[in-house]
Design a protein around this ligand. Structure first.
Ligand code: SAM
Length: 471
């Protein structure tokens, strides 16, 4: 029986409720009246239920689909402005005891090279990332209690935060590691992590069990209830995602939104971010072996419908997608992109992109500088800001500012200042020239006179080498 407040995975991700929602969506996919009413509700920017959003995803009326896309773009502009936050993944270890059928790190893969970074190797990777200009990382590991226990992850986080190379610093470490205990989440919180990210992979329990035949990850309920334990352990910001291609996308979409509804109902705050990864080719993985691959068009419609359904949740797209899909998705609600990514263990210190330990193929191989320039040429402000978490604007405090449309007053100036830092410290001359012009033009758009003054003052301080700023 569907109960978003239940703490049991099978009650807040209720299979029958998903099937009923999909049947409802099918029955109304060309129902102009119902679709118009849902769009009307979405225009109030208060979000949609999983069932309403499922109708939009199924919608077959071309003019209404165009309305969905236009609304997604507008909502994104209203809540996130033209800022795009940048980050990079950092793979610490690819040892793994699980049997995930879609991931080359699965335990039975005997020919993939296994590697775990030492603290010195982490230092070298972080310096390489800082020299590119990165300030925000997503830590990635396989699950292996012996080779990469939590203590190793905690030590690595400490190492990462301690490295200050030239003007570089990693100011926010998000963590994407396997589901764990409340006690361990508490330790991650104490270590100063930003968002805890865990992809559900699939919300379909039967498929989940088929796709995860062995290892601790095979426990569907333990995995699905991880975000509740993370929040119980004090982590305010959690990031959801499903791996599109494994199951029917409409099922996953409804499950994802039900998970968001559950977090909001129980913890008073929904997910901080939603990621939209698709299964990619990897070492011994052929994405075509999974029957549920989705086209670019469907992928983009999913992005737009998520944007409309959960307007306050950040949306992340990785380099699994190519430049053209990323470009189209940016318009429809994406607020964070990775750049210059390597998905191998120790990949950033190598001249050429190494493949031996890679988790999946990267489709956008541009450098961070190329990504920054591209964003600016598209009219976006690349942001390296990490102030929210350091200023305590997390969880419901972030959400209430966001819902009141106030977050822009902090994010916009911070984005400009961190972009300025990037331009001074790392940008290629052409990128720098484009960026300086953009900052000048954007200064005029700063909402309040007082904020504008402070911003100008801080921008000057950055030029003098003084970098203690944040709104
Ligand atoms: N081991 C942790 C876990 O079990 O959640 C960390 C996650 S793993 C390093 C990061 C994510 O990569 C996975 O959650 C999965 O969704 C994704 N992934 C795995 N294999 C992939 C593939 N072949 N293509 C695209 N993404 C993949």
């Amino acid at each position: 029986m569907y109960n978003p407040k239940s703490m049991k995975a099978e009650e807040f991700i209720d299979h029958q409720e998903i099937l009923d929602s999909l049947a409802y969506a099918d029955a109304h996919k060309a129902d102009r009246e119902v679709i118009s009413a849902i769009l009307e509700k979405a225009r109030a920017r208060k979000g949609l239920s999983h069932r309403e959003a499922s109708v939009l995803l199924a919608c077959e009326l071309e003019d209404k689909n165009q309305e969905i896309y236009a609304l997604a773009e507008q909502i994104k502009k209203d809540f996130y402005g033209n800022r795009i936050v940048l980050f990079a993944p950092l793979y610490l270890s690819n040892y793994c005891v699980n049997g995930c059928l879609y991931c080359p790190y699965h335990a039975k893969n005997k020919h993939i090279a296994r590697k775990k970074l030492s603290q010195d190797e982490i230092r070298a990777e972080v310096i390489a990332l800082q020299d590119m200009g990165h300030k925000r990382l997503a830590l990635e590991t396989g699950e292996d209690p012996v080779n990469s226990p939590l203590e190793y992850v905690l030590e690595s986080i400490q190492t990462i935060y301690s490295i200050k190379h030239k003007n570089g610093a990693i100011r926010r470490v998000n963590v994407n590691i396997a589901a764990t205990t409340v006690e361990n989440y508490r330790k991650l919180k104490e270590a100063g992590i930003g968002t805890y990210v865990l992809f559900q992979e699939t919300y379909h329990k039967e498929s989940y069990e088929h796709l995860h035949p062995t290892g601790p990850k095979s426990n569907y309920c333990y995995h699905t209830e991880a975000m509740d334990r993370a929040m119980e352990g004090g982590i305010d910001d959690v990031g959801l995602g499903v791996l599109f291609g494994l199951e029917l996308y409409r099922y996953e979409f409804a499950g994802l939104l039900m998970h968001a509804e559950h977090l909001e109902a129980v913890h008073g705050v929904g997910p901080h971010t939603i990621s939209v990864p698709r299964v990619k080719h990897a070492d011994d993985i052929d994405p075509d072996e999974f029957d549920n691959g989705i086209t670019d068009e469907t992928f983009l419609k999913i992005c737009a419908c998520i944007r409309v359904a959960v307007p306050y949740t950040g949306m992340i797209i990785s380099t699994r997608e190519n430049q053209s899909v990323r470009e189209r998705a940016l318009h429809l609600g994406i607020s964070q992109v990775s750049g210059g990514s390597r998905t191998s263990v120790g990949g950033y210190t190598e001249e050429e992109r190494p493949h031996d330990t890679e988790q999946f193929d990267v489709s956008d191989n541009r450098t961070l500088d190329e990504v920054v320039r591209w964003l600016m040429e598209l009219g976006y402000i690349p942001s390296f800001c990490t102030a929210c978490y350091r200023e305590g604007r997390t969880g419901d405090r972030f959400m209430s500012l966001c819902k009141a449309g106030q977050i822009q007053n902090c994010c916009h100036p911070n984005a400009l200042m961190t972009l300025k830092e990037y331009l001074m410290d790392y940008a290629a001359p052409e990128t720098k020239a484009i960026g300086e012009k953009l900052i000048q033009a954007e200064l005029e758009n700063i909402p309040k006179e007082k904020v504008k003054e402070i911003c100008k003052d801080h921008l000057e301080k950055i030029e003098q080498g003084i970098r203690d700023f944040r709104f």
